[in-house]
Ligand binder design. Structure first.
Ligand code: UD1
Ligand code: MG
Length: 340
């Protein structure tokens, strides 16, 4: 499907207080890339008409990091909430009529295919407002989806504003929305700041829609993992683990044996031929081409190297920008201790 009439908005102006960091949150790396790059990489293949990233806190750093992406930037000079961040784009979007796909720069696990299905659903249901939701075991810190007796979404309540009963709701807001531009800005102008954080919440457009008699469509994402919003270092580590596992699955599918997959680190820039065997506690990074039937023992580190076929690499080897011909053996790094 063609989505050239859709504008993509990625919110990335926040400070990320809960990261306890001097760097902007969206630049923290998960699986070797800043979180926001993963979001942009998922979004790019959808081929939207235009994509805008909202920057604010340390915006020069964020914009510099995204210089290779075909996007434009809108500045949110004060971080007064997610709704306020979208409002900052009003001028840029004044001539746009049609859907606006809104994402957060801190959800690095979202997949292109899910975004495509989400847009398709929005278009096919002729929706004005579509919200992506999922169910999680621990909904803590996410906005809760409050539904009526028919299961229709009525409003979104943030953790800090939720009643004890609402906190029990396990269906959460993914932070991904598709909204008709005209309705979006009309609704945002009506959103107040009467909440625990004194912010303009983007999520409040849902209650405004239902109040106006507009049906808010819900797109349920069955894979709740994709929805992870990274607000803390713990969630950053979780995001890394998922992205790493996805690539290890690709390698195993291709015919590579990983003896203990949870204990290897392999960057996406590393290709490995089939029937190669990688032992635990091995770190392979940079642009590497590793041949077939290669045996890499435990505690090996290889960066930016080319390894031929049928090579054996012993433990405690550290190769950097190396070129190892096929059929060779790199002996383990051992210290010969004479025992008396
Ligand atoms: C938000 C949603 C919550 C949802 C969750 C999903 C709101 C009010 N809450 O909460 O319902 O479950 O995401 O992960 O929207 N940002 C700005 N400018 C601002 C504030 C934030 O650009 O003034 C950006 C941040 O950089 C971030 C994104 O918006 O990329 C989300 O902000 P964050 O503070 O992480 O919101 P959550 O508390 O996670
Ligand atoms: Mg967040």
């Amino acid at each position: 499907m063609e989505y050239s009439s859709v504008v993509g908005l990625v919110l990335a102006a926040g400070k990320g207080t809960r990261m306890k960091s001097d760097s902007p949150k969206v630049l923290h790396e998960a699986f070797f890339s800043p979180m926001i790059h993963h979001v942009m990489d998922a979004l790019q293949p959808v081929f939207l008409g235009k994509s805008i990233v909202v920057t604010g806190h340390q915006r020069q750093l964020v914009e510099e990091s995204l210089r290779d992406y075909p996007i434009s930037f809108v500045q949110q000079s004060q971080q007064l909430g997610t709704g306020h961040a979208v409002l900052a784009c009003e001028g840029e979007l004044c001539s746009h009529s049609g859907p606006v796909l809104i994402l957060c720069g801190d959800t690095p696990l979202i997949r292109t295919e899910t975004l495509r299905l989400f847009l398709q659903f929005h278009v096919e249901t002729a929706s004005l407002v579509t919200v992506m939701t999922t169910k999680v075991l621990d909904p803590c810190n996410y906005g809760r989806i409050v539904s009526d007796e028919h299961g229709s979404i009525v409003k979104i309540v943030e953790e800090k504003d939720a009643s004890p009963a609402q906190k029990e709701i396990r269906e959460i807001n993914a932070g991904i929305y598709c909204v008709d531009a005209h309705f979006l800005f009309d609704a945002l102008r009506r959103v107040g700041t009467d909440n625990m954080q004194g912010e303009i919440y983007l999520t409040d457009i849902v209650a405004i829609a239902t109040g106006d008699g507009i049906h808010v469509h819900k797109f349920y994402c069955t894979d709740s993992e994709e929805i992870l919003g990274v607000n803390s270092r713990r969630e950053l580590a979780q995001a890394h683990a998922v992205l790493q596992r996805r690539y290890l699955d690709v390698l195993m599918e291709y015919g590579v044996t990983l003896v203990q997959p949870e204990a290897v680190t392999i960057e996406k820039t590393v290709t490995i031929g089939k029937d190669s065997v990688i032992y635990p506690n091995t770190v392979l990074t940079g642009v590497c081409s590793i041949g077939s039937c290669v045996h890499i023992d435990s505690f090996v580190r290889i960066d930016g190297s080319t390894i031929g076929d049928c090579v054996r690499i012993g433990s405690f080897t550290h190769l950097q920008q190396a070129n190892i011909p096929s059929w060779s053996t790199v002996a383990p790094h051992t210290i010969d201790v004479k025992l008396r």
